[in-house]
Design a protein around this ligand. Structure first.
Ligand code: OFO
Length: 173
């Protein structure tokens, strides 16, 4: 059993994860419309990951006998100005999620809620990995360029990375 306050904060995080999924779905659509099929696949894989994050918290709340409160999900941002803008927005977004996760961990500590504190460690680690990945993509875009051959190479790399995300997310046979 967790406190009502902790449950409310985790419900708000479900909403943030659902927004993240929506955010990536929007970017996937924009990338596909620009013929960046690898980038579109990568954002679609991220969409799936974020849905799984929302469901992880959903499951935790139910296991803790807390109430699920689903709120409306905000619209994703308007059209971006190309691949660099997409990943800059992604970086900004992931940093804001990291900050929200850190606030949740702080609150679990204040409440001495050890179960939630342990549960959230997975999200802390996930955010480190996500920020590092996006930082790497941005670095490669700056190095090789966001047009022509450089863009084609990065789009191909993102296609391969999307397959790996999909394989990692697939249930074991
Ligand atoms: Fe949910 O992993 Fe980042 O946002």
């Amino acid at each position: 059993m967790i406190s009502n306050e902790m449950a409310a904060r985790l419900n708000a995080q479900i909403n943030r994860e659902l927004f993240s999924a929506y955010f990536y779905l929007g970017l996937s659509a924009q990338a596909e419309s620009s013929n960046l099929t690898g980038t579109a696949a990568w954002f679609m894989a991220k969409h799936g990951e974020e849905m799984s994050h929302a469901l992880k918290i959903y499951r935790y709340l139910l296991d803790q006998d807390a109430t699920i409160e689903l709120e409306s999900v905000s619209a994703p941002p308007a059209k971006t100005a190309g691949i660099m803008d997409m990943f800059e927005r992604t970086m900004h977004h992931e940093r804001s999620v990291t900050s929200a996760i850190n606030d949740l961990v702080d609150h679990a500590s204040r409440e001495k809620d050890h179960a939630t504190h342990i549960f959230l460690q997975w999200f802390v680690t996930e955010q480190i990995e996500e920020e590092a990945t996006v930082n790497d993509i941005l670095g490669r875009l700056r190095l090789f360029g966001d047009q022509g051959q450089g863009l084609l190479m990065i789009d191909n790399e993102l296609a391969a990375a999307a397959k790996k995300i999909g394989a990692a997310a697939a249930p074991a046979a």
